[in-house]
Design a protein around this ligand. Sequence first.
Ligand code: CAP
Ligand code: MG
Length: 411
Amino acid sequence: MEYSYLNLDYQPDQEKEVLVTYRIRPLQGQSLEAAAEKVAAESSVGTWTPTVTLSDQIFHDLAARIYKINSADNLVQIAYPLGLFELGSLPQLGSGIMGNVFSMKDLEALRVEDIEFPETYINSFSGPAFGTAGIRQLLNIYSRPIIGSIIKPKIGLSPQDNAQLAYVVWSHGVDLVKDDENLTDLPINPFRERVVEVMKKQRLAEQESGQSKVYAFNVTAPVTQMLERGRWVAEAGGRCLMVDLVTTGWSGVQELRRAFPEMIIHGHRAGHSAFTRVPDHGLSMLVVAKMARLAGVDQLHTGTVVGKMEGSESEVVQINQFLSSAWGQQKTVLPIASGGLHPGMVPDLVKVLGLDLIINFGGGIHGHPDGSAAGAEAAQIAVAAVSQGQSIVEAAKTSPALARALDYWSD
Ligand code: CAP
Ligand code: MG
């Protein structure tokens, strides 16, 4: 028997179904409805031909239901019964509603724009351990963005030079220093040695400043090595693990969260544009952010709007609003603005994204013509001024470091 998955009178149940919004580009000459039927079948209980093994009962209990079609925007909304999903497993989620459907010859393109999950599903994941409130409490910073700095060059410094550079910027107002996405365990900068050297300098910077400091060690690796690296950081007294979540994969991120409930997890998204950037194919970054929150990252790169990376204002604002909204029992996630930022951009950045974020400067600190210490000071003064509603041009009158940065990076 041939079943239809289309039921535009159907009222989805938010507590019992996963609701997916797909953007579908059908093959030329094919209707959106027909393409949606193929997606709903393939991602729930069907295949390319009716099967004698699919009973009415199975179809009734587990078939996807297409409950809304917006032909003007090629949007299709499909409800999936919770029985199709394994609780607490992002790999299984991916294999179902964002798996085979991308490969089907019957469609030209397909994009998962949004997913809404029932609370039971949301609460089946670990989620963030610290969340925004926990990170702010640890750092004792409540009324301004947290200032982050990426060590630059990305790769090239020894553990000792890396640690010394972290110390310099911590001592000039930076709160969080981090490895770059491709610095893991390399001959020029072995991971374990970096942890030892950096933690010595972190303790020194904390003693001298009286402030808590954080270093995000990039543990990205095959899972066994990643967990070992996490243990080295924990043993050395570190507080934060960074993971490249796209290249590591959701299984690894979930495992990292499970193994280190006492660590802040910093989620870097290098590679996400391979599937988020094309407007009518792949996944939206909002979907990636939802999966990252389920997996348990405490802070996540979401874009800057004003910096060097692609990402529109409406998209980044929507993602950041999601990360700070109530969502089952899961804590909120602190957004990270990173990529091409320098002190002169802080007013525009804060105007668009507000104060509840981490502002990361790589080149914007280490590219300062007077060096990294001056770069850190310029960033710190710019962030402090903007957080108090003051002009950075005014603040630069008493800060030669900020004045130099504004002049150097003026367009
Ligand atoms: C920024 C950065 C970050 C990207 C990530 C880089 O350095 O370290 O990885 O910003 O992008 O390598 O480019 P700069 P996103 O400050 O020197 O640009 O947050 O958009 O994922
Ligand atoms: Mg980077």
